[in-house]
Design a protein around this ligand. Structure first.
Ligand SMILES: Nc1nc2c(ncn2[C@@H]2O[C@@H]3COP(=O)(O)O[C@H]4[C@@H](O)[C@H](n5cnc6c(=O)[nH]c(N)nc65)O[C@@H]4COP(=O)(O)O[C@H]3[C@H]2O)c(=O)[nH]1
Length: 723
């Protein structure tokens, strides 16, 4: 059946059907709207989360009005609204950034740009946007701008920039450079940061900065491994560390750096070191200078005594541990003092430096050559054979080489000079000795070499050691003896040609509580070496003056003169003249009865000073005799200048005067010489009438010897005088 036309539309659908279709469409529309609304909400939430927004505008639409997303309104600080003006006026874009924005809108090519936006409340936000054109649905193009609020990013960047600026300002003020050194998980390394001062410190070209290899090339090759192992170690223990290393400059000079770093483990398994490096060259130089002054001799540059002792201590323990031998060679230059006295200290220094150079050239680099003091050098030989005999041969070989090297003439101030050494050798390594003990041994051996005629070498001998110990104990005894009045004086008469006593010589005597009488030939040299001669000489002089006073009261003895031996050391001490005069005055002795006997060794020193002192005493009436005449170095010119009264012919000439024509000739010459210089002569050691006859025949007028009396007590002298 056909439907009525009133209920049919043009498509032939009934109204009912149309209603249903409409309801369906409305339902679908409502669903689409809900969906759209939901999507808009999601989109809005996304915008909020991403701090993003957008705007769009139909190209043909009115000037600057644009539709804005709620996100953009939020960013811009505006209430949610549909349109926003991007024109010159009313736009929040800061005027300085507006031209860039307008240009981007012109281009519409999606280029990213950043500009600042001032919100109505005055707050400024950074916006990053892209503007591009899209084809619209109705064929009209649409301008679309996507906007991101990047204010926080900008804030963080500017904070970072500030921090970096701060670091750089600090870095430019510290005397060095700071760096970050990264070790990547694959083991490679890089320098993420290094401050500008690296150029000055490492001597790098300005265009090279973060190139690790360029930096490493400047480090002294010998120090590279040490630095690497410090880095490796810190990668393991993550402890801060500090190292000193050398840097090679282009001009070949070496500078010292100190670097200090704090390690930090990175999330990727790598390591980041934060560090700084400073130049410590000055400090190092000062340290080296301090060390040089403390451990090296200023004149020769050789290790000094202190450094030698340190090395010796070390070498001795190493030798002992490894059962090897070492040797200590103690070298003393023969007659160096004469050179110093005659040509001056400058020339002496010149010789010392040349000797030092020769010693260094002669031994191996591992051996130590040290200046021990004055003209003494010590060579320490390390690592000699373990067999004693072989070690002796090796040490002797080196000593011979040193002797030969030091025997070659020297050129001193344009003049050739001959100098020789005496070398004492002590081996070490077999027994445990102290360093002092070893040095003493070598020193002793050196004296042995001197005693053997100089310019030679000697090994330490235990017998020598025993003699040394005996000497040390004798010294202690002598010191005690002096304090305990064990020393006294004997007198030996001096007679004239008719045998009448004219005077006497005072001779020191020592009665040792255990050893009995000890000869002055033994204790006087010891007293001279130890300085005990000064109190001893003072004592003898006092006793002699007291004896002169006693004789002065005795008519039989009042004419006697008394000769007192004075050693060189005693005579040279500054207060000697005053002491003699004071002793004479205190005792009341007649200075004209006192005779001082000097030995020829006195003439080796400062002759002018000797003459001056003798003159001072002579002016007070004290007489002078030259003892042991003929045995020493007296030259005629010296003899003439000394204010002497008497010479004493040494007993060694008198002893054989009848049998040895040489001695006879010497005695005759001395007598003739003394006569021509108007000096009295005393012949010493006259034991026989034959000797007396010869001496008298040739004009000698005074005699001393066993023939007339042995040295004896004051009482013995009295007996002789009153016989
Ligand atoms: N064989 C032999 N010897 C004779 C004869 N007549 C004397 N003598 C010894 O010869 C030495 C002479 O003394 P001197 O040459 O001054 O030599 C002295 C002197 O240089 C030194 N001396 C002694 N007393 C002192 C002193 O008080 N001070 C200093 N500085 N030296 C002294 O010690 C040296 C040795 O003294 P002494 O042993 O007393 O030895 C003395 C004496 O005893 C003789 O006919 N035959």
């Amino acid at each position: 059946m056909a439907r009525p036309a009133s209920v049919l539309n043009g498509d032939g659908l009934s109204v009912q059907e149309l209603r249903e279709a409409l309801a369906q469409t409305q339902h679908a529309l409502a669903a689409a709207q809900r969906q759209l609304c939901e999507q808009a909400q999601i989109f809005q939430a996304m915008e909020g989360l991403a701090c993003a927004g957008y705007w769009w505008r139909h190209a043909g639409a009115q000037a600057m009005a644009a539709q804005c997303s709620p996100g953009l309104c939020h960013i811009a600080g505006l209430p949610v609204q549909e349109s926003l003006s991007f024109g010159q006026d009313g736009c929040g874009i800061l005027p300085e950034d507006l031209p860039a924005f307008l240009a981007a809108r012109e281009r519409m090519d999606g280029t990213e740009l950043e500009c600042r936006w001032r919100r109505p409340d005055g707050q400024v936000r950074w916006l990053r946007m892209q503007v591009r054109s899209l084809g619209g649905v109705d064929g009209n193009p649409v301008e679309l701008g996507v906007v991101l609020d990047v204010t926080d990013e900008h804030l963080a960047t500017s904070q970072l920039r500030e921090q970096l600026g701060f670091i750089q300002r600090i870095a430019s003020r510290i005397p060095g450079f700071i760096y970050q050194y990264r070790i990547h998980p694959d083991g490679t390394a890089s320098l993420p940061y290094v401050s500008d001062a690296v150029h000055d410190l490492m001597g790098l070209r300005p265009d090279i900065k973060n190139e690790l290899s360029a930096l490493q090339q400047q480090v002294h090759p010998q120090d590279m491994d040490m630095l690497r192992s410090a880095i490796d170690q810190s990668a393991c223990d993550l402890h801060p560390w500090q190292r000193e290393y050398r840097v090679l400059s282009d001009d070949g000079s070496v500078r010292w750096h100190m670097t200090s770093a704090v390690p930090q483990a990175e999330a990727d398994g790598g390591l980041l070191l934060h560090g700084y490096t400073i130049d410590i060259t000055k400090r190092k130089q000062t340290e080296q200078e301090i060390e040089r002054l403390a451990f090296y001799d200023a004149l020769t540059g050789l290790p000094n005594r202190r450094l030698l002792l340190e090395r010796l201590q070390h070498a001795m323990s190493v030798c002992l541990r490894h059962q090897r031998h070492g040797a200590l060679l103690f070298i003393d230059l023969d007659n160096f003092k004469d050179l110093n006295d005659t040509l001056g200290h400058d020339v002496g220094d010149l010789l010392l430096t040349q000797v030092a150079a020769r010693l260094v050239q002669t031994v191996r680099e591992v051996d130590t050559v040290a200046r021990f003091g004055g003209d003494e050098f010590v060579v320490m030989l390390d690592g000699l054979s373990s067999g004693l005999a072989q070690a002796v041969v090796e040490a002797e070989f080196v000593a011979d080489k040193l002797l030969a090297a030091l025997n070659i003439p020297y050129a001193l101030a344009g003049q050739p000079h001959y100098s020789t050494p005496s070398i004492g050798i002590a081996l070490f390594g077999q027994e445990r000795h102290s360093v002092d003990e070893l040095l003493k041994r070598a020193d002793l051996a050196m004296y042995q070499a001197k005693a053997a005629g100089r310019n030679t070498q000697r090994f330490f001998d235990p017998a020598m050691q025993a003699a040394l110990l005996a000497r040390a104990s004798l010294e202690a005894d002598l010191r005690q003896g002096l304090a305990g009045n064990e020393l006294f004086v004997h007198y030996q008469p001096v007679v004239d040609a008719r045998g009448r006593v004219q005077g006497a010589e005072a001779l020191a005597r020592w009665r040792h509580p255990v050893r009995g009488f000890i000869s002055p030939a033994e204790f006087i040299p010891l007293a001279e070496q130890t300085g005990l001669i000064l109190p001893l000489g003072r004592h003898i002089l006092q006793v002699a003056c007291a004896q002169l006073v006693r004789w002065a009261r005795d008519p039989q003895a009042a004419h006697l003169s008394l000769a007192v031996n004075v050693s060189a050391r005693q005579f040279r001490q500054p207060g000697f003249v005053a002491e003699v005069l004071q002793t004479l005055q205190a005792s009341g002795a007649n200075p004209r009865r006192l005779k001082i006997e000097l030995t020829e060794s006195m003439l080796l020193g400062d002759l002018e000073c000797t003459i001056e002192r003798m003159g001072q005493l002579k002016r007070h009436g004290v007489g002078f005799a030259l003892d042991d005449f003929g045995t020493g170095y007296s030259s005629l010119s010296y003899l003439k200048r000394l204010p002497l009264d008497q010479v004493k012919i040494d007993q060694s000439f008198v002893r054989d005067v009848l049998t040895d024509p040489n001695d006879a000739a010497i005695v005759r010459t001395i007598l003739a010489l003394a006569q021509s210089l108007d000096l009295a002569v005393v012949a010493e050691g006259v034991e026989t009438t034959g000797q007396l006859g010869f001496l008298r025949l040739h004009g000698c007028e005074q005699f001393q010897g066993y023939l007339f009396g042995r040295p004896g007590s004051a009482e013995d002298m009295d007996v002789l005088l009153h016989a």
